[in-house]
Design a protein around this ligand. Structure first.
Ligand code: NAD
Length: 354
């Protein structure tokens, strides 16, 4: 595969290939940009079918973190790491500590955290060999589970989208469908219910459905039918790539605003939504609440949970800026968000070089 000319390579500052035969660790650490601060992004453990697949994934995710962190204005850059292997059978405390030693060797340019296949307990092992780790549950700066912060940010983003698209400054009486009521979806449903919204939910996990129905009285539909419900807002909080050629014709919503990462299967789907008059809240902008809170840990800024919640409300204004610019220029919201993020990163890079 190509590397320097790969779209996702996008001038990565550093990509480190790691191999430790003692522990079986095979990992890639990607630092996309430190222009705005140390690169922060989770570590994913996945049984990639090829090295190329792992490289593509780490570069795409690392670049994505730069954009997300720049848009949220956190004073941190973007990076990501992947450990190649089966998280169920190949992960050991020794392997995690070895991973930590490699993180340590780049002296704080990259700070790691949990992602798919990596738990808080794994990060506690990493902490034994490096201080460059966040997303912990113990320790003086630990900020704990990011999900309620992510959910609150999504809630504020839904309010912004409703105000922009429907001209209504509250959610009272509106109907919101939520695909996936796991960590984020559950907290989001509770906030939506308190704001007076009617809820329609679907999940493949029956216990998660029960929890949300007990807490909110939401109406439950089949997972195959959640995308095509007639609603004011559709909030994807489960899977990526659910906005695609097959699902777009079935949508009956004015707004798409949810927590799931990589909701658009392809960039062009953002333009199709725009043409249909559906307002799309770019996923990495609306779901930044969790990383906003983790950033406090990175900057060693003590913060109460109440202050943390208040902070993520900035997402409302960031999204409004994106919506208004996109409307004025007749362009998809995702493209407009990307350009704002790119401009911030480029300006910081120039300022550093000067
Ligand atoms: P989670 O695993 O706790 O919840 C996901 C839920 O989706 C689960 O209940 C699962 O059963 C359900 N689900 C899976 N397939 C489904 C399907 N086909 N139809 C309906 N439901 C399905 O994950 P989470 O932490 O709540 O995150 C949700 C999404 O938000 C993910 O895409 C994640 O990457 C993204 N996200 C999460 C955070 C965070 O702070 N947790 C931050 C940013 C982005």
């Amino acid at each position: 595969m190509t590397l320097f000319s790969n779209t996702s390579f996008d001038n990565h500052e550093q990509v480190m290939f790691v191999s430790d035969p003692e522990t079986g660790l095979k990992a890639i650490i990607a630092v996309h940009s430190t222009a705005l601060g140390p690169a922060v992004g989770g570590c994913r453990m996945w049984d990639y079918k090829s090295d190329e697949e792992a490289i593509r994934d780490v570069l795409r995710l690392s670049r994505g973190m730069s954009y997300k962190n720049a848009m949220a204005d956190l004073g941190i850059g973007g990076g990501k790491s992947v450990i190649i292997g089966d998280a169920k059978t190949q992960k050991t405390p020794e392997l995690m500590r070895s991973f930590g030693r490699y993180i340590d060797s780049i002296g704080g340019r990259y700070i790691t955290a949990e992602d798919v296949g990596i738990s808080v307990a794994d990060m506690e092992e990493v902490r034994k060999t490096t201080p460059y780790v966040a997303g912990l549950e113990s320790g003086d700066m630990a900020t704990g589970d990011p999900s309620p912060y992510t959910a609150h940010g999504v809630f504020m983003g839904i309010k912004a989208a409703v105000q922009h698209r429907l001209g209504q400054d509250n959610l009272n009486g509106l109907t919101v469908s939520v695909q996936g009521v796991g960590h984020v979806g559950y907290y989001l449903c509770k906030e939506l219910k308190e704001a007076g919204a009617n809820l329609i939910v679907a999940d493949i996990n029956e216990q998660n459905i029960k929890n949300v129905v007990d807490a909110t009285g939401a109406k439950v539909v089949d997972t195959n039918d959640i995308i095509s419900q007639e609603v004011d807002v559709f909030a994807p909080c489960a899977l990526g790539a659910i906005i695609n050629d097959e699902t777009i014709p079935t949508l009956k919503t004015n707004v798409i605003a949810g927590a799931a990462n990589n909701q658009l299967q392809e960039v062009r789907h953002g333009e199709i939504l725009r043409q249909k008059g559906i307002l799309y809240a770019p996923d990495y902008v609306i779901n930044a609440g969790g990383i906003m809170n983790v950033a406090n840990e990175v900057h060693r800024r003590p913060i109460t949970p109440e202050q943390g919640m208040k902070n993520v409300e900035r997402i409302f204004h960031t999204l409004m800026e994106v919506f208004e610019k996109a409307q004025k220029e007749d362009r998809p919201t995702g493209i407009v968000a990307d350009e704002i993020a790119e401009a911030r990163i480029a300006a910081a890079r120039r300022a550093k070089a000067a």
